[in-house]
Design a binder for this molecule. Structure first.
Ligand SMILES: Nc1ncnc2c1ncn2[C@@H]1O[C@H](COP(=O)(O)OP(=O)(O)O)[C@@H](O)[C@H]1O
Ligand SMILES: [Mg+2]
Length: 625
């Protein structure tokens, strides 16, 4: 049953067509200070519409998107003799202050702009229900404000039943109203987080991952037993999620911090990984991790408490920090991949190609190790002195091959020999992503952005191909890219680099991943730097302050709402988001202003818990004779 806030009535004064929201409405309320606090962006109003009949009232449900207190004596744009204007303004203050609960002055009004939610409330024979709006609200009709439970009901009424959902945040104007999203739709139809630096994007990504893993875990008694599991792969360019998701890295059924390059880890940690036997080097490694990790300001005072998390991740018995190990290609494959002549090979063209073909054929199964790589280098040297390489292009092709061997040497052969428990190959990661039994979180870091992009491209391509070939659609895997402009930048002509590879992989996943259970999440402050075709792919957006109009325009255009909607984001504080979704929330494509919990608080609480557990075990150990 829908109910309204008592003794508060507005009047629908005006409506006009709006290309994006269909219509825009103007509603006036009598001013009181109390009303000014109740009617805010995100408030829902019910206004009788033309479908009403004598025995059944149909009320259109509208959402307030902007409000302005109006004083007749001042108007919109005070003009005239300055002394009078100031005098009028001063006397207006009294009118604002004196009308607490009761409107007594006709000169003050609250003017709201509202948009349709495309729902209507039908009241008939003492019963009421919601349905799709069947006609337009009537000008001059009374507008009533929905109370807290009714607002919550309407906001979430369109969500499907029996699927995992979670409360993503609370209505900014009324923290008692929880706003829910459908976890599966959020992931399958992709999501995006847009806001300027410091708006709280990474913090929100942490909260989203937390809620998603909860929603799909079997332990949560408030959820229907989930039909499938979810795997979250997070590409962490700034190295901030070992902290922001420290709790799930420790407690998720399956989780790992996958480090692509040795340089990403402190030396003490690498040394311990090579010889994880002695207590002293364990403690040195933990200290190094504690000191070198990047903490958000709110958590930097607690860095010593992270020790309790790092010791769980680095413990060789339960290791959850892994160094990525690539399986090198065979020598033949290697040459096939890296010998790419560009121009003309001159008069010896046929003989050079024959020599390369022979090498590929004979070395097809030879492993790429130190000795064999040395032989490959000798062969390249021989080609140089053979006299066959008569053109610049021919010499360049072999020079590039030589550089590739040097690169590969560093990549496959020189790495330090960390213990097996700390290694992970692509194959292992893939099989964990395809394991249907548990939820998982995989945070991927590298000190080298090119490496991270390349790895993302390889993993994404392999996952997509694997799913396409096997027809597998579960478990659901979502690839999350923070600083997404570094992964999906605008196309540059003829550049064959890690940017191009990662962009084309993300585009494939965004366009075609859905039917294979592969989703994408992106977060960025630089909307204009993104490849424009990615913008239309996410069906759910979280938008915070975007100071540049061109950014707001790009978002508005891609989502299909009016740019004015973002007016309310100017007042947003950290953790405030305009949530809009075509699929994952109860109201389709209606922007909802919400506040999301601070992820730092969640992580802090988890550290407290770890600390308490640790102290308890110590006490028990001491108490034993
Ligand atoms: N919901 C929130 N509540 C309180 N503080 C927040 C919230 N979200 C972010 N912050 C704080 O704001 C700062 C910037 O957050 P961050 O997530 O790093 O922003 P971004 O990724 O957009 O640059 C951090 O210090 C963070 O702790
Ligand atoms: Mg960030």
């Amino acid at each position: 049953m829908i109910s309204f806030v008592k003794a508060l009535e507005g009047t629908l004064i005006r409506m006009e067509e709006d290309p994006e929201a269909r219509y825009q409405f103007e509603i006036w309320f009598d001013y009181t200070r109390q009303a000014m606090n109740l009617i805010r962006e995100g408030a829902l109003l019910a206004v009788p519409n033309f479908a009403s009949q004598p025995h059944a009232t149909h009320r259109s449900i509208l959402e307030v998107v902007s409000i302005l207190p109006l004083h007749y004596a001042l108007g919109d744009n005070p003009q005239g003799y300055p002394g009078f204007v100031v005098e009028a303004a001063r006397s207006a203050v009294r009118d604002w202050e004196e009308q607490e609960h009761e409107p007594t002055e006709d000169v003050t009004k609250i003017r709201c702009i509202a948009i349709p939610t495309n729902l209507e409330l039908v009241e008939e024979n003492g019963e009421s229900h919601l349905q799709e709006e069947s006609n337009l609200p009537m000008i001059g009709a009374r507008a009533l404000l929905l109370d807290t439970p009714s607002t919550e009901h309407v906001l979430n009424s369109g969500l499907p039943q029996g699927v995992p959902t979670f409360t993503v945040g609370n209505l900014t104007r009324d923290p008692q109203v929880g706003v829910k999203v459908s976890a599966e739709d959020l992931l399958r139809t992709h999501f995006a987080v847009f806001g300027f630096t410091g708006a709280g994007k990474s913090n929100l990504v942490s909260t989203l991952v937390d809620r998603i893993l909860h929603a799909f875990s079997t332990e949560d008694p408030t959820q229907p037993v989930p039909q499938e599991r979810v795997k979250v792969v997070l590409f962490d360019l700034m190295g901030e999620y070992s902290v922001l998701l420290a709790d799930w890295l420790v407690k998720a059924p399956d989780a790992c911090l996958l480090v692509l390059t040795e340089e990403t880890l402190p030396e003490d940690v690498l040394q311990f990984m090579e010889q994880p036997t002695n207590r002293e080097s364990f403690s040195k490694a933990l200290t190094a991790l504690t000191q070198t990790t990047l903490y958000p300001k709110a958590l930097s005072g607690r860095r010593t408490d992270f020790w309790f998390a790092w010791r769980r991740l680095l413990n060789p018995k339960t290791a959850r920090i892994h160094l990525y190990r690539e399986k090198p290609p065979t020598l033949g494959r290697f040459v096939e991949r890296h010998w790419n002549p560009k121009g003309t090979l001159g008069k010896n063209d046929a003989r050079i190609r024959q020599a390369v073909r022979n090498w590929i054929a004979t070395e097809d199964a030879t492993p790429f190790n130190e000795e064999n790589a040395g032989r490959l280098l000798e062969w390249i040297d021989k080609m140089f002195v053979s006299g066959l390489l008569s053109t610049n292009d021919a010499r360049e092709a072999f020079q590039n091959l030589r550089d590739a061997v040097d690169d590969a040497f560093r990549r496959y052969i020189s790495p330090r020999h960390v213990y097996d428990a700390y290694q992970m190959t692509l194959g292992e990661l893939m099989s964990r992503l395809n394991d249907p039994h548990s939820c998982g979180l995989y945070v991927v870091q590298s000190h080298d952005p090119d490496h991270l992009r390349d790895f993302a491209a390889t993993l994404g391509e392999l996952m997509f191909e694997n799913r396409r070939k096997t027809g597998k659609i579960s478990p659901m895997v979502v690839f999350v890219f923070d600083e997404a402009d570094e992964f999906i930048p605008q196309r540059r002509e003829a550049a064959d680099d890690s940017y191009n590879r990662s962009r084309s992989m993300v585009m494939t996943l965004a366009r075609r991943g859905r039917k294979f259970g592969l989703g994408v999440g992106i977060a960025t402050q630089r909307v204009r730097y993104l490849d424009t075709s990615i913008m239309a792919q996410p069906h759910t957006y979280f938008v915070s302050k975007m100071p540049r109009q061109s950014d707001r325009q790009a978002i508005a255009e891609a989502f299909g709402i009016s740019e004015e909607m973002f007016g309310q984001t100017f007042k947003f504080k950290k953790g405030d988001w305009l949530l809009m979704s075509h699929d994952a929330v109860g109201l389709e494509a209606v922007p909802i202003p919400i506040h999301c919990e601070d992820a730092n608080r969640r992580v802090e609480a988890f550290l407290e818990q770890l600390k308490a557990e640790w102290q308890k075990t110590r006490e028990m150990a001491r108490a034993q004779p």
